[in-house]
Design a protein around this ligand. Structure first.
Ligand code: SF4
Length: 301
């Protein structure tokens, strides 16, 4: 909290104090700061006060801040039984698609290049924020921002850019009533077979990729590097990872060229590349000018 009286706050300080208040109210309740803020800002007095602030005199600001605190405190007492577009659930993870979403995918309302496949054996995070778990079957998901993991359809204004056509999981996700989302747990998920069932050439190449480049193959190879004893074992283990990564890269590149698959849908068709996934195990594969590949620690210069 600012030590200065609210009479002296400019807009920057007001914004900072408002956020501090949201954090304090969130800590005192079971709501997240985003939810507390979004709920409070539904009250028209909040927007009006922020707008009027530069024109208020000292006494006016003190009175206005007191009203803002009362409004926010009352609003945080309980969770409204509706979506207030706080964006909280869209930040934890992106939705996994279900068979109900197939028409949205077919009609390109959820375009292929905004989706990716998590393959069997990969780790997934649940929207509840619980610990990651290993997938025993594949999932098709909306892409996430690589840094923040926010759903790619979440805009900077906390809006969903596909709101009308959002997937089933998002429609079921009601933070004020988790039972709705819980009902989806264990329900069948959309698969690549569902999406590409009518394109035999694609299905065939997806199956061939699964058979020759399954994710557990990369996992096992990386584990060997982590547990190798002595130079000889280490060299063999490193070589195996490099070969597994290189093979997968060549497979997807050749398949993409042969079937004319655009680069930006490869992560849906084949899942994320081993070149990308090897980073999950703390490594990176660098390619030399002569085409040779070297396994290095992920963050090596
Ligand atoms: S699709 Fe829309 S509602 Fe669903 S997680 Fe993404 S931004 Fe949120």
């Amino acid at each position: 909290m600012s030590t200065k009286s609210s009479a002296d706050w400019d807009m920057q300080v007001l914004e900072r104090e408002w956020q501090t208040l949201m954090d304090e109210l969130a800590a005192a309740t079971s709501l997240s700061p985003l939810r507390v803020r979004a709920q409070a800002e539904i009250e028209s007095i909040v927007g009006e006060t922020f707008k009027a602030w530069p024109g208020l005199n000292g006494d006016g600001r003190v009175a206005a801040w007191a009203k803002l605190m009362t409004t926010a405190t009352q609003s945080s007492q309980s969770m409204l039984p509706s979506c207030v577009s706080c964006g909280e659930c869209c930040r934890v993870s992106s939705p996994t698609l279900h068979p109900d979403d197939l028409d949205l995918v077919r009609e390109q309302k959820l375009p292929w290049n905004r989706l990716y496949t998590l393959r069997r054996g990969e780790a997934a995070r649940s929207v509840s924020g619980a610990a990651p778990f290993v997938l025993d079957r594949e999932q098709v998901k909306i892409r996430e921002n690589s840094e923040s993991h926010h759903c790619e359809f979440l805009t900077e204004e906390r809006c969903c850019s596909v709101h009308i056509d959002r997937p089933l999981q998002c429609r079921a996700q009601a933070c004020w009533d988790p039972a709705q989302a819980r009902e989806l747990i264990g329900q069948p998920r959309l698969t690549r077979e569902d999406i590409f069932g009518e394109v035999p050439a694609l299905l065939e190449i997806i199956r061939a990729h699964e058979a020759r480049c399954p994710f557990p193959k990369l996992h096992v190879a990386c584990e060997k590097v982590a547990t190798a004893q002595g130079d000889e074992q280490m060299a063999a283990a490193v070589n195996e990872v490099v070969e597994v990564v290189a093979f997968e890269e060549v497979f997807r590149t050749e398949a993409a060229q042969r079937l004319d698959i655009p680069d930006d849908v490869l992560d849906l068709i084949f899942g994320r590349s081993f070149v990308e996934l090897v980073r999950l195990f703390g490594f990176r594969v660098d390619k030399g000018a002569d085409g040779s590949r070297t396994l290095v620690p992920r963050d090596a210069k």
